[in-house]
Design a protein around this ligand. Sequence first.
Ligand code: MN
Length: 203
Amino acid sequence: MTVTLHHDDLPKNLDLGNCIAVDTEAMGLNNHRDRLCLVQLSAGDGSAHLVQIRPGAPDAARLKAVLSNPKTTKIFHFARFDVAILRHYLGVECTPLYCTKIASTLCRTFTDRHGLRDLCKDLLDIEISKQQQVSDWGAESLTPEQLAYAANDVLHLHALKAKLDALLQREGRRELAQKCFDFIPARAQLDLAGWPEVDIFAH
Ligand code: MN
């Protein structure tokens, strides 16, 4: 695994292909309060590119172009959060997209364990640590442990997608999954607009 740290934007001429794993780290889970600190990307080739977004950073033009490219599928785990924070801080719509958590929820109905750690263990037999999850992502210089953790959150998403696509196919739920992925930007907008906990479809 190779991890490359960039500051405030992606480097010029970096080609990550047409299917990119994406994750974010922030100061917390409240998008109106807690700033975006890090955006992680991987082409699924065992290497991760981490973009540290510093306070007052200039416009991350290349990063935004990659995230909003309509020809590039973005794979997330729990896309709802990342799509909302990327919309709020970078003004990008990360479509088309895929969410491994939703895919797992739709095809692995025998379990309620759909966390990234659970999926890596159950589907790939890979142990990942979630120890750094609650660390200070706003720090000026991130620790080697934080960088390794952040990279791990994107390095396995392509392999998970392949496994989950096969399961969705087997269970006849690919089309439903796609419809759910297509709805995520609207769900993220509801989160940002003030309906984070409310199911607007509920009676
Ligand atoms: Mn993460």
